[in-house]
Ligand binder design. Structure first.
Ligand SMILES: Cc1cc2nc3c(=O)[nH]c(=O)nc-3n(C[C@H](O)[C@H](O)[C@H](O)COP(=O)(O)OP(=O)(O)OC[C@H]3O[C@@H](n4cnc5c(N)ncnc54)[C@H](O)[C@@H]3O)c2cc1C
Length: 464
């Protein structure tokens, strides 16, 4: 357990000296086995480091890496009335989260969490195997600026042990901590509705997806009044019985109308969705327990596979047909299979692709092919189903969302080792380009400078 910078430096140096492969963990929510890899001999767990405070010297909120997303939402709201647009699940650890860019329910309105990163403190290891702490800041004149930049989307487990992050909105003036980050929403309005698969045939399915895609194309500008709305269309497998749409709005008095208009746009030419629920609740109550049914898992947990992609435009007719075919396949029993379409864009797309290490600044949709299973015996059929769906959706570009006119690659916070498998990625485009696009060369230089011995590594780590 790492409880201080001294602990971290000593533990890293010992592991390097003893040539023991190690990995860092904060919240334990990695979607690949980067920490649980069988070759890892030492796990450095920074979860005891949870302090959150105002640092007057840096005019920024300082957050230790072991704090969870929920801890940060609570402290920011209760102490300063502010927010950073962190991820959707409160138990995620800040250590592995922010360095991956970090999108969430408020990202269309406020951008990525990494867009608010002012500075970061990291334990790095030099060519001689000595570990030391270094602070890297957003200031372009800072000699360590490249290390700060790498922590705005380079991904966890690449450069060193993150101990602390400092957050402040770019350009924020003064030293009042209540004004250095965006104000938290006073309340949020959530909604949910569903269609029964019994009412959705092939043509209705296509209509629903087309309606949804058109809405995203028209409402994903940063200046759109609907940037305050985030929604998720859950295209569960037919076997599951229903298609669900849910959303969260910060538009206060206009939120109910906004939700109704969104549902009406999706349902245009279709039966109206059933079971509409709408609720207004305080921001913190939502942030600490968002959509309980979405994240609820059985005791003992569930195994999942998540295959993420960013779209710059809506699905083509062929992709809609493909989605329908896989979701209605009867030759396999994959109850937990789903294609999820989350709205994206808005404020995220106002930042230049190279201003941070998160290059995906032109997408309007974050889609995920996912599945989950309880019994290890069901793993093979679940993986086969979800891989086939993803491969066929992106069949025109080698089975993966190659960044170009239609796609914006994939997010490193949703790592998928399949992208490095030449039998599943036949595009000829290497996996780092899918995650980092034109930023990869700079990340490699940063890696070579700050981790010359490549002691921080995993299946999808940056190659120096
Ligand atoms: C249920 C769920 C919901 C999610 N929702 C979102 C979301 O809405 N938005 C989003 O952006 N992401 C989301 N994620 C992905 C999540 O942000 C990443 O998996 C993140 O890396 C998790 O960080 P962690 O510290 O909890 O995980 P860990 O498993 O502890 O670490 C993940 C990776 O980061 C490295 N790492 C961890 N701590 C440190 C540290 N202190 N210094 C350096 N490297 C470190 C690890 O070595 C590993 O490579 C979600 C994941 C899950 C499981």
């Amino acid at each position: 357990m790492i409880a201080s910078a001294e602990d971290a430096v000593a533990a890293v140096e010992a592991a390097v000296r003893e040539r023991r492969r190690f990995a860092v963990t904060s919240g334990g929510h990695c979607l690949e086995n980067f920490v649980s890899d069988a070759e890892v001999r030492v796990i450095l767990d920074v979860s005891p480091m949870k302090r959150i405070d105002y640092d007057a010297a840096r005019r920024a909120i300082v957050v230790e890496a072991g704090a969870t997303v929920g801890d940060v939402f609570r402290a920011l709201f209760e102490r300063w009335g502010t927010v950073v647009p962190l991820g959707e699940y409160p138990a995620i650890g800040m250590g592995g989260h922010v360095v991956g860019g970090a999108f969430g329910f408020l990202c269309r309105q406020l951008g990525l969490a990494a867009d608010y990163l002012h500075a970061v403190e990291v334990v790095t290891v030099d060519a001689d195997g000595h570990a030391a702490t270094v602070v890297a800041t957003r200031d372009p004149a800072d000699p360590n600026h490249d290390l700060w930049w790498a922590h705005t989307g380079g991904g966890g487990g690449n450069f060193g042990v993150v101990l602390r992050y400092w957050f402040r909105a770019s350009g924020a003036l003064g030293d009042n901590p209540r004004r250095l980050l965006p104000p938290a929403p006073e309340s949020v309005t959530t909604f949910r509705a569903e269609w029964s698969w019994a009412d959705i045939g092939r043509s209705a399915f296509r209509r629903l997806l087309a309606n949804h895609g058109v809405w995203c194309e028209r409402n994903s500008g940063a200046d759109s009044p609907n940037a305050s709305l985030w929604t998720l269309l859950e295209l569960h497998r037919e076997q599951f019985g229903k298609i669900v749409v849910r959303g969260v709005s910060t538009a206060s008095a206009a939120a109910e109308r906004q939700a109704n208009e969104h549902l009406a746009a999706l349902a245009d030419g279709l039966p109206a969705p059933q079971g509409r629920e709408l609720a207004r609740l305080p921001w913190l109550e939502f942030a600490l327990n968002p959509f309980p049914d979405l994240f609820a898992g059985p005791p003992g947990g569930v195994s999942v596979k998540v295959k993420d992609a960013l779209l710059k435009r809506r699905f083509t007719d062929r992709q809609m047909e493909t989605a329908y075919d896989h979701l209605t396949r009867r030759d396999t029993d994959v109850m937990g299979g789903m294609l999820g379409l989350a709205t994206y864009g808005g404020r995220i797309n106002t930042v230049a692709a190279d201003a941070t290490a998160s290059p995906q600044r032109a997408a309007i949709l974050d889609i995920a092919c996912t599945t989950g299973w309880l019994d290890p015996a069901d793993e093979a059929k679940n993986l086969a189903w979800v891989r086939a769906l993803y491969r066929d959706l992106f069949a025109d570009t080698g089975g993966v969302p190659v960044p170009a006119d239609a796609y914006d690659g994939a997010l490193i916070n949703h790592p998928d080792s399949d992208l490095a498998d030449p039998s599943l990625n036949t595009s000829g485009v290497p996996w780092p380009v899918l995650y980092y696009q034109g930023n990869y060369a700079r990340l490699q230089r940063t890696k070579a400078r700050w981790d010359p011995r490549n002691v921080f590594r995993h299946a999808l780590s940056i190659r120096g």
